[in-house]
Design a protein around this ligand. Sequence first.
Ligand code: HSE
Length: 435
Amino acid sequence: MRAIQVGLIGFGTVGTGVVKILQQNAEIIEKRVGRSVVLSRIADLDVKTDRGIKVPDGILTTKVDDILDDPDIEIVVELIGGHEPAKRFILQAIERKKSVVTANKALLADHGEEIFEASFKSNVDVGFEASVGGGIPIIRSLTEGLAANRMTSIMGIMNGTSNYILTRMTNEHRDFSEILQEAKREGYAEADPSLDVDGIDAAHKLAIMVNLAYGTPVRMSEIFTEGISKLSTVDMEFAKELGLTMKLLGIGKLREQSIEARVHPTLVPTGSPIAQVGGVYNAIHLVGDAVGDVVLYGKGAGSLPTASAVVGDIIDLARNRVNQVSCRVPPTSFQWEQRQAIPIKPMANIESMYYLRCMVKDQPNVLSKISGILGAHGISISSVLQKGRKAGQTVPLVILTHRSQEAAVQLALQEINALPLISEPTTLLRMEEME
Ligand code: HSE
């Protein structure tokens, strides 16, 4: 029987992992697909560097058209990342009725609608399991395994680099910049780590998941995004005493007729599964109305874990080809014509619990002034912690609130920060209870 031929665009870290898996697990893949799956072309601008893996003579090329123009290649894998030329290659492949696999979260978050529309119109499969959570099967969980549910919440650690840095800051009580420098030297952070540490990478992934979970497109500009670079170990110490752990979370919640979509440092109960996730691991906590809580945990990056997701998609799309079906599972999870634009709540309207660290003069009546302002804005305090006793000097006063509206908290903070007894702007962190 004729093999299913695959063309790979991008022979980098993940591409190398894909080649390894397709070679090492060829037999088991054939048993699962019903036909052999063969990598017939690899396109990359650099065909000279030794990637530590042997590929058959003549399959490397610097010309993407050797893949796109080849009528025998049925599945195109895009692993170059970024917007262009990746988008053009994907749209050309779809136009030529080739199934597409991509790990490109930035492209899907920013231009997913164009690609999904092309997929629907041409009835061509697009797989993108590797775009979120590396090797964790989150996309398939949302589109298939949990498809019976009305999803109510998606919350999780979606970026391994920032989780690695936060874990070390928490455990070693050392500052962000120090750990970041070490993480770069150790290869855990890119030379330009901004996509990871500024929360943008997590926001890309959240945009993709919210789209699938709720059947609505989400623009990146609608996702409130705050990174980890301004976090202080002082707050991590206080958090520890309060039974809380700091994580960079992506949060997508369905609240009646609107959606909360936000990425920011978040304090979570230290006993919750998400708080236990250390290093470069990812974990995504989903809540569905029928299934209840589901936590998916695993390696969110790396050559073989990410390639595992890519090859899983290749197998899925190859099976469709063998069975002569396509788009059995819509890439958007919801049927294209059944999707509805659900408004994303402005950040000012979200509700959260808050951790406030005020730097105050240690003198009588301070707490009553601050709690008075919070009370006047309808914000209820759940606990207060003051460490140290330095009469007349500055000390940290930590206040935890019950669930309150963001806009009210921001207004209260403006008033608090204007008090003469406050020596520096108050630190605000959001807290989530994990159901
Ligand atoms: N840069 C990402 C992370 C991995 O640190 O999680 C790829 O999505």
